[in-house]
Write a protein that binds this ligand. Structure first.
Ligand SMILES: NC(=O)c1ccc[n+]([C@@H]2O[C@H](COP(=O)([O-])OP(=O)(O)OC[C@H]3O[C@@H](n4cnc5c(N)ncnc54)[C@H](O)[C@@H]3O)[C@@H](O)[C@H]2O)c1
Length: 267
């Protein structure tokens, strides 16, 4: 039996930056494989079309909505499209997140505002519009994608990104408790080093394959399992939280990092 049969899932950032598989793209595909009808939301029409085509080729059901999820209009547009096509929303998966590596005093005000708008305000706006729908439906599951950078230093200057993700963790708890009696669950998935194209997008435009491999090897070596996580391992955790199997799981942070945040540097 498909674990999300009969459910409608919205996934933000359902495309992927660069070739390959990002977290949102993999989660959208796995939700569809588990029987959900999926609303694919992304600001990039080309990449979200790739996700949509993939789902359709596998026999799944999806629609694409091209918007910026950090704006009220963007959120209204994807919510309206979900209701028009599928009639409701059972799962809201807030995956969109951006980071700009900068030493602390070099972060500009506009960069700070952009990161907070895209990472945090998008989650606030999305939840604010979707919660009443879930309430009228008698329940739902919200999954907010966070990062171990919300808990501790991860080796890069990412103050705006890290603090915005920490705010997502707390927003998750606030929603979970306020809506617990409404049978709406809200959880954060706290990711460690995952092997996605975005990681390598941070390299300079002229980076060689050897430089790419060096970065991958450094990230692999930093993880207790000797490798980064895969987007499919992220999707497995998210399917659990999205499904009724997690009916008594709310307000939690599910850390998917292969044990990375349980370590300290060797003395
Ligand atoms: N990759 C990692 O190692 C890692 C680690 C920790 C947390 N994360 C988190 O995982 C999430 C996804 O990361 P990823 O690297 O898989 O995704 P990604 O960077 O490939 O982005 C996914 C999609 O989001 C879309 N997007 C970006 N801004 C948008 C906006 N304002 N409106 C609509 N769409 C927008 C992009 O077009 C892209 O297709 C992020 O929240 C990120 O912080 C990733």
């Amino acid at each position: 039996m498909a674990r999300l049969a009969g459910k409608v899932a919205v996934v933000t950032g359902a495309g992927s930056i660069g070739n390959g598989w990002g977290n949102g793209k993999a989660c959208a595909v796995v939700y569809a494989r588990e029987g959900a009808q999926v609303v694919l939301v992304d600001r990039n029409e080309e990449v979200v079309a790739q996700t949509s085509d993939f789902i359709e080729q596998e026999g799944g059901s999806a629609i694409s909505v091209v918007v910026d999820v950090s704006t009220e209009l963007g959120v209204e547009t994807y919510v309206e499209a979900a209701l028009r096509h599928y009639g409701t929303i059972d799962i809201l998966h807030n995956n969109v997140g951006i980071g700009i590596p900068r030493n602390f005093v070099e972060i500009t005000e506009s960069e700070w505002d952009l990161i907070y708008r895209v990472n945090l305000k998008s989650v606030f706006l999305g939840c604010r519009q979707v919660l009443p729908i879930m309430r009228s439906r008698g329940g739902g599951s919200i999954i907010n994608i966070s990062s171990i950078a919300s808990h501790r230093w991860t080796g890069t200057s990412l103050a705006a990104y890290a603090s915005s993700k920490a705010a997502i963790n707390q927003l998750t708890q606030a929603i979970a408790i306020e809506y617990a009696k409404e049978r709406i669950r809200c959880n954060a998935v706290v990711l460690g080093f995952i092997d996605t194209p975005t990681v390598f997008a941070g390299l300079s435009a002229g980076a060689t394959e050897a430089e790419r491999q060096l970065l991958a090897a450094q990230r692999d070596a930093a993880c207790p399992m000797g490798r980064m996580g895969t987007v499919w391992e992220v999707a497995s955790a998210c399917v659990f939280l999205a499904s009724d199997e997690a009916s008594y799981v709310t307000g939690t942070e599910l850390v998917v990092d292969g044990g990375l945040s349980a370590t300290v540097p060797a003395g």
